[in-house]
Design a protein around this ligand. Structure first.
Ligand code: SAM
Length: 216
């Protein structure tokens, strides 16, 4: 099987196992080539439903987890989105595909070498006009482009960083793996005025959010 067929088989299995069902999520996952986002020696494993090492001790998340997060975040065309934990750029590229030309994704990554690679990967998908990679501590958010319609964090956080809540629009949604360094719950927060409602979508395991409002 070639990489294209492997990608189709992976997406079919994510649908069959009910990880993804929204048309825009399925379309984006069929289109964006995960093998652009993994190191050369792991390209043959790009369409396994596994996290993979991307260097610097970090990982690209498993496709089913990315799919779950895209579904739960309820992305719409034209939205401004903040990602904390850019990694390879794969999740940002999928998000950019869904929010479309009128939307924008700001993706923060603390490791400069990964950020540079993510930028190149995103350019290869011709999504560089819709995604801005920013090097820095995403636990503090990115105030200059706030407020955001959606915020998602792709690393494990000890709680919900207040700056991220502050930078979310009224009516906005934030998705975060929250818990210990070893195990977290995927929490969806909705902001309505001063009120934050939370829904738990179950257990997950991410690499840690390292920063002022994360782990130290
Ligand atoms: N979303 C990524 C992708 O599509 O490849 C996978 C992200 S990986 C699971 C988590 C990333 O979060 C790592 O690249 C790590 O360096 C980054 N990270 C950890 N703490 C951070 C922080 N405070 N600010 C920004 N990025 C951070």
């Amino acid at each position: 099987m070639g990489l294209v067929d492997e990608r189709e088989a992976l997406i079919d299995s994510l649908i069959r196992n009910q990880y993804i069902s929204k048309a825009e999520v399925i379309r984006a996952m069929r289109k964006i080539q995960r093998h652009f986002f993994v190191p050369d020696h792991l390209k043959s494993a790009a369409y396994y439903d596994h996290p993979l090492q991307i260097g610097e001790g970090q990982t690209i998340s498993a496709p089913h987890m990315v799919g779950i997060m895209l579904e739960r975040l309820d992305l719409k065309k034209g939205q401004k989105v903040l990602e904390v934990g850019g990694g390879s750029g794969y999740h940002a590229a999928l998000t950019a595909e869904i929010v479309g030309e009128e939307g924008h994704v700001y993706s923060m990554e603390r490791i400069e070498r990964l950020a540079k690679r993510a930028e190149a990967n995103i350019k290869r998908c011709e999504l560089d006009k819709r995604v801005t990679i920013v090097v820095g501590d995403g636990s503090c958010g990115l105030k200059e482009h706030a407020p955001y319609d959606r915020i998602f964090i792709t690393c494990a956080s000890p709680g919900i960083p207040q700056p991220l809540i502050d930078q979310l629009k009224d009516g906005g949604k934030l998705l975060i793996p929250s818990g210990s360094i070893y195990f977290q719950d995927l929490i969806l927060c909705e902001k309505k005025g001063k009120k934050i409602t939370k829904k738990n979508y179950g257990g997950c395991v991410f690499v840690p959010l390292i920063g002022e409002h994360g782990f130290h």
